[in-house]
Ligand binder design. Structure first.
Ligand code: ATP
Length: 370
């Protein structure tokens, strides 16, 4: 399942050169984005980058200043919100406190003048989907936060929208419940086949639920890709730094082979990296992004010969499943390295002030222009 790799595939949603300005500030800047049927797309980016504005334009609460938004090939920009096969679930859930769970789910269906027996069947189907059957007769204040979240989801899906927009849907839940609910959300999305677009601040959440992540910055799309590609092959320092932990080493590129570059680093050393995705001219400023878990720590000699630096352990954070080390290099730069604690009661091999080697392979780092 990778419709975005298939040029024949028609997207469900198509943003075409969409720009949105408020007064004199450009909030969405010439964005083109395709979203496919059955896809679970996450919009990710810092506060104010325009995620909510993207959602509001899809829902019909904002009109683009220029550009087109298509749903199944038709321009939906002129259509009012209630005429679009799009629904939005808000963070506050907006449940009616005086109505039962059953009536909350039925509310939109009743307004659409659906026959009574059809409404009943649809509500039952939604109760089953969200495992709320037992709570059908309760009011929102008589159920838990997680259950309220599921009622809101059931209500949003009752009218079978083609597209469901979720604005921080799990923001009100505590960490553990939030994690469980992420998997539930994916199950429900797969069962119904509805296309979901989610806005979240939580990058782990985006990685868990999304088939693709769209990373935004200041109204622009920076990279749209699967979670693993976003993490393993970010297209910029911005994306590498936004998703997960990373060390960024600045240097100048020296061509050494077909896809092999040396990186002359201000701290003196020449590092090595391969890339087939970008080409660098001789001496071009570049960045080597290296994830902490790709770095091996060793005591007496480096494990990997191609990239090896010596330093001193400044800090150790023991996190149970893994340990994070801050290692200071002679030039003063601090590198983060991580080890997985896979064995029970494994001795902690390094301690503060230890002199250690950090090393990594030529394919471990990601060579980036900017
Ligand atoms: P957050 O994560 O904080 O919700 P966001 O990425 O969803 O942020 P938006 O809510 O889309 O960002 O806002 C993007 C920018 O547009 C912000 O600078 C915001 O102040 C501005 N903006 C949003 N709505 C309006 C409006 N109605 N009038 C003027 N400016 C607006």
């Amino acid at each position: 399942f990778a419709p975005w790799d298939d040029p024949e595939e028609k997207p469900l949603i198509r943003f075409q050169n969409v720009t949105k300005s408020f007064a004199d500030s450009i909030v969405i800047d010439d964005v083109s984005l395709d979203i496919y049927e059955r896809e679970f797309l996450a919009l990710l980016g810092p506060s104010g980058c325009g995620k909510t504005t993207m959602m509001r334009m899809l829902a019909g609460f904002e009109t683009p200043t220029s550009g087109r938004i298509e749903l199944s090939g038709k321009n939906i920009v002129p259509l009012p919100a209630n005429k679009r096969a799009v629904n939005m679930m808000f963070q506050s859930y907006a449940l009616f406190p005086h109505l039962t769970v059953w009536d909350n789910i039925a509310f939109g269906l009743k307004r659409s003048k659906m026959p009574k027996d059809k409404i009943a069947a649809r509500v039952e189907e939604m109760l089953k989907l969200t495992r709320l059957g037992k709570f059908a007769g309760r009011k929102p204040h008589q159920i838990s936060g997680g259950q309220r979240q599921r009622v809101a989801l059931a209500r949003s899906l009752a009218k079978a929208p083609k597209l469901l927009l979720l604005d921080e849907p799990l923001g009100a839940l505590d960490a553990k419940l939030r994690q469980e609910t992420q998997f539930e959300l994916v199950d429900i999305q797969e069962t119904t086949g509805t296309t979901f677009v989610i806005v979240t601040h939580d990058q782990e959440e985006a990685m868990t639920v999304a088939s693709r992540i769209a990373v935004m910055d200041e109204g622009k799309l920076i990279q749209v890709d699967t979670p693993d590609r976003i993490y393993e092959s970010p297209n910029s320092v911005y994306v590498a730094d936004f998703i997960g932990d990373v060390n960024i080493i600045e240097g100048r590129a020296r061509k050494q082979g077909a896809d092999l570059y040396g990186i002359d680093w201000a701290d003196g050393q020449r590092l090595l990296a391969v890339t087939s995705e970008r080409a660098f001219t001789e001496g071009q400023p570049c960045h080597l992004a290296i994830r902490p878990e790709k770095i091996t720590i060793s005591a007496d000699k480096p494990v990997h010969a191609d990239n090896a630096v010596q330093g001193k352990i400044l800090d150790i954070a023991y996190l149970g499943n893994l340990s994070t080390y801050h290692v200071e290099l002679p030039g003063g730069m601090i590198i983060k390295a991580q080890t997985a604690n896979t064995r029970r009661m494994s001795p902690r091999s390094f301690t503060w002030e230890d002199a250690v080697w950090l090393s990594w392979t030529v394919t471990a780092g990601i060579l980036l222009a900017e």
